[in-house]
Design a binder for this molecule. Structure first.
Ligand code: CU
Length: 124
């Protein structure tokens, strides 16, 4: 009799444990980083630095801009930040993205050599 009770308790405990692990699993999945890649216009290493720094915000764990391919890759947590916000952050430091142009006021602030709309710079 007693052993049956113990067995039932064990079953209940394992049920609770499975449920608990499932919940933890879901929590981890919810926090899982999302990777996005999109086109950003830039000219030089200063641009690269500016673009990557713009994404040094909460919710972004990694940002790398590839000058040659003009592609930006970011790892982010969709709970904290959206892809649209990533585009806006980059545009607000003066760089056009595939989602839209940088505000003229922001573009005006970047150094002459970085002015990608006027062409490539050759002097560095
Ligand atoms: Cu530049």
């Amino acid at each position: 009799m007693e052993s049956i009770i113990i067995t039932n308790n064990m079953k209940n405990i394992s049920k609770v444990l499975v449920l608990f692990l499932a919940i933890i699993g879901m929590a981890f999945t919810g926090n899982k980083k999302t990777i996005v890649t999109f086109k950003v216009s830039g000219n030089c290493d200063m641009c690269k630095q500016r673009i990557e720094q713009a994404l040094d915000v909460k919710g972004v764990s990694f940002a790398e801009y590839n000058l040659e391919t003009q592609m930006l890759t970011a790892h982010f947590n969709p709970k904290h930040i959206s892809v649209a916000q990533l585009h806006t952050l980059v545009q607000n430091v003066g760089h056009d993205t595939e989602a839209g142009k940088a505000p003229d006021s922001a573009y005006a602030l970047i150094p002459g050599c970085c002015k990608y709309r006027e062409g490539k710079c050759d002097d560095h």
